[in-house]
Each structure stands twice: as structure tokens, then as C-alpha cells.
Design a protein around this ligand. Sequence first.
Ligand code: SAH
Length: 239
Amino acid sequence: MRNVCDAPGRVLILLLGIVLLPLAATQAADDREPERLAMVTEQIVARGVTDPLTLAAMRAVPRHRFVPAGQAAFAYADRPLPIGHGQTISQPFIVAYMTEIIQPGPGKRILEIGTGSGYQAAILAATGAEVYSIEIIPALAEAAAESLRQFGAARVRSKAGDGYYGWAEHAPFDAIIVTAAAEFVPPPLIEQLKDAGLMVIPVGSPFFVQSLMLVQKRGATTTSANLMPVRFVPFRRGE
Ligand code: SAH
């Protein structure tokens, strides 16, 4: 008799669990919202980023879900964080600045080199852009694909590979964002940029201060402007 009575009770608890657990997960993501909003006001708006799509994306994407569990407490701090394999997720301001400069938005097709945690790709996708992202370290590529899937960033396609060659199958791109420091701008990336397209890329020697460059393609010529000194992890080459 006891067992008969308990069974519906257990079913009820199970059903409640099925309904409430996803709610709890959503709630957990939102617990960090006040920190995220403060991050945008104090670190990003205060330093001059004004593009509404960029700011909305930075307010919406849960950065703490893209960093390793051990770093989650520091996710909204004003600095880069380690993401494993000797790589880093950029400081929030740099992510916002690089996003604004390439003018993402609905209908734009964007290539990212250096998926890392997947956070920058999620920010670009949150502006409404269609995003293609390449990561050279397979373990990071896999983890990022999983974070992006959990976050529901359906507009991101990612793969493991050497981003030096771009992603010809999906070219040309309205914009290209490179998040590792290259010694020179890889020619295949310039080829895969649309006419009047924009590329943002840190250029310089690894382990030193590099220059964040804005490269613009106009027909057969490209122009580049030096935006600011930055420090990124090195652009690596496949074997
Ligand atoms: N955009 C990332 C930042 C990652 S750091 C984020 O939001 O988290 C830069 C990443 O570039 C590293 O993960 C590194 O492995 C990757 N990388 C370096 N050289 C590369 C190459 N040739 N092709 C693709 N990815 C590369």
C-alpha cells in the first residue's frame, strides 16, 4: 500500500523537478545580471563605446557561462582571464571595442579567428550577425561549441582549424575579427573580405605590446589604421 501511495508522489516530485530545474538554471544566469550591467556602464560606456547593438549584446550575454568554473567569480572583472591551454578570454572592454569597430548587426556575415571560449562569437551573434569562428586548439573548439550550444547562439558556426586560411566556403565576409596577435595580416583573410569590408586584428610580435589595427579593403587596395596598443596571445600556425 505504501509503495502504491509513494509512486504518484515521486512522479509529482519528478514532474516538478522537470519544470523547476530549467527555471533554476535561467535564474542562476540572471543572478549575475547586476554585475554585468555595472560592467557595461563602468568599463565600456565610460570608455566611449556607444553602439547600441554592441552594448545590448554585452548586457545580454552571460560572460560567466563562457569562462572555466574556477574563473566564474571573476567573469565581470576589468581584465582578461585564463581559459586553459595557455589562452585567455579578452577583457570585456576590448571585446566591446572590437565588436563596435567592425559594425556587426542583422544581415552581416562575420568571420572570427580564435574562438577561444566562444564569448566574442556569442557577442557578435547577439547583435544579429551570422558568425563563423575558427579555433586552432581542438579541445577549446569543442568546449566553445558546447557553451555556444547551451547559450543558444544558433547563428554561430564554428570549427577547429588554422584560421590563417580563413573559411573560403562561406566567404566573402562583411567583417573579420582576429583575436590572436599575428606578425602580419594573413593574405587569405584580406582576400575573403568583401569590398569595403572591415578587419580588426592585433599585429606585432608575440609576447610584446602589439597594435590593434583596423584594415579596410577598397577594391585592390587595403588601408590600415592603428587603433591602440594591446596585448594578445600569439597567432599560431597549424603543423
Ligand atoms: N575570442 C576569444 C579569445 C581567445 S584567445 C574569446 O572570446 O574567448 C585567442 C585564441 O586564438 C586562442 O584560443 C588561440 O588558440 C586561438 N588561435 C591562435 N592562433 C590561431 C589560428 N591560427 N587559427 C585559429 N585560432 C587561433
